[in-house]
Design a protein around this ligand. Structure first.
Ligand code: SF4
Length: 248
């Protein structure tokens, strides 16, 4: 039972995290069940954002046999990359790191330039396909399930995120934080203190590749800082849309 308080900020937080313990219990139960059902074939795919760190903390705390993996696109902030070591030091867990094919990236940059993603949606998606989707296919190879930190509150494209779903490729995808609010996420951080990206404290609620992420202003959508120059497009890299074909 939350303690009564006369502090207005604490009162507001208590309102926004009402039901928090039940949501944590549900997320943990779902993770446990997923780990049992897919023993040895399940991976948590983290972009090393705060939701990913919450899930990694649960995996470590509950000692679940879930591999933790990330994609180093070659364009991440140093602060993001540093989290790979911080996870190892804190939990004794090795984060598996998948990288794009160096030759394919060199060819793409040579042909279209280092800022190609800013010139058209097609080139931005092609860059995401090379740097994210192709490594993701290797990351998922041999796995029957994956865990993601998607939350419904993160924007229109995520508003219907289910707790679990069977994908077209036959894999099961679990989103234990689907019903969590941003306040829930930070309440979890306050209680369990997982490592987090210092960029979150500088106006970056959602952190992707450095060239495609900016800080947001007060009142802006959490994902407003991702591909902010695009308008009216689905602002997703494709990892969460559906298993996608990757250009050769
Ligand atoms: S987020 Fe930007 S830099 Fe990263 S893969 Fe997509 S287009 Fe390329």
């Amino acid at each position: 039972m939350p303690e009564a308080t006369s502090n207005p900020a604490a009162r507001r937080l208590a309102r926004r995290t009402r039901g928090f313990d039940a949501r944590v219990a549900h997320a943990e139960a779902l993770l446990r069940e997923a780990a049992e059902d897919h023993a040895g074939r399940i991976v948590q795919v983290t972009s090393l954002g705060v939701e990913g760190m919450v899930l990694t903390d649960m995996v470590a705390r509950l000692r679940l046999p879930v591999v933790v993996a990330t994609i180093d696109t070659g364009a991440l902030h140093a602060e993001t990359l540093a989290l790979i070591d911080r996870v190892r030091v804190r939990y004794g867990i090795e984060v598996e790191v998948f990288r794009p094919q160096a030759q394919a990236v060199l060819q793409f940059v040579g042909r279209h330039g280092a800022q190609a993603m800013r010139t058209s949606v097609e080139l931005r998606r092609a860059c995401c396909a090379l740097r994210k989707l192709e490594p993701m296919q290797r990351l998922l190879a041999g796995r029957s399930a994956w865990v993601s930190g998607l939350r419904r509150e993160q924007g229109e494209t995520r508003s219907l995120v289910p707790f679990f779903a069977l994908q077209d490729d036959g894999r099961e995808k679990f989103c234990p934080l689907a019903d969590w609010s941003e306040a829930d996420v930070w309440e979890y951080v306050r209680r369990h203190d997982p490592p987090t990206n210092p960029l979150h404290d500088h106006g970056y609620p959602s952190i992707g590749c450095a060239p495609c992420t900016r800080a947001v202003s007060a009142g802006e959508d959490a994902r407003a800082g991702r591909w902010w120059w695009e308008h009216g497009e689905v602002k997703e890299c494709g990892l969460h849309l559906r298993p996608a074909a990757v250009p050769a």
